[in-house]
Design a protein around this ligand. Sequence first.
Ligand code: F6P
Ligand code: FE2
Length: 185
Amino acid sequence: MENKKIIFPELFFTDKNLVGRDVCKISRNLSDLKGIFADVEAFEKMPQDKLAYEVSSFLPEKEGTPGGLYFGITYLYPGKVGNEYMMTKGHYHASIDRAEFYWGLEGEGMLILMDEQRNVWAERVFPGSLHYIPGGVAHRMANVGSSLFSFAACWPSDAGHNYAEIAEKGFSARLIEVNGIPHLI
Ligand SMILES: O=P(O)(O)OC[C@H]1O[C@](O)(CO)[C@@H](O)[C@@H]1O
Ligand SMILES: [Fe+2]
């Protein structure tokens, strides 16, 4: 496993109620991403316990609290399934109008975006790039490099996640490697 260059920021707050709140860590293996890649045969040949990405989050408010904010860093490992880049599950927010910031930290990525009319576009993500994801726009990150890609996110604590819509219908375009270059097809 590669060493992470980006470590989670040190937490500072003056609200005594937040003291002792821990950073919450989740990880997703390939098996958690079943159904999102086009090449099912290639997917099934890969070790299902392979780590795809890890997310460390600071979630100071109870989920659903209006006015609060969440912060997280996602560490997305490199790799491909067939010729499709390793990517996050992707989601709309359950409260569909909630926006989010994504901020590139290390490595090379692409942010894939899809509005409610299913129009898809992508933005290149690199260390220091900042991406504003408006409400109503589904978002997914892909690692298009050969090393660890990490990015920070900040989103409202009442945004929630709607994974079901993406699980059912997917995005209307995929990020595929053609002659070594990512193409949205
Ligand atoms: O939730 P997904 O689609 O697995 O993607 C992970 C990233 O998205 C978030 O859910 C925020 O949008 C974070 O937890 C993390 O940055
Ligand atoms: Fe989000």
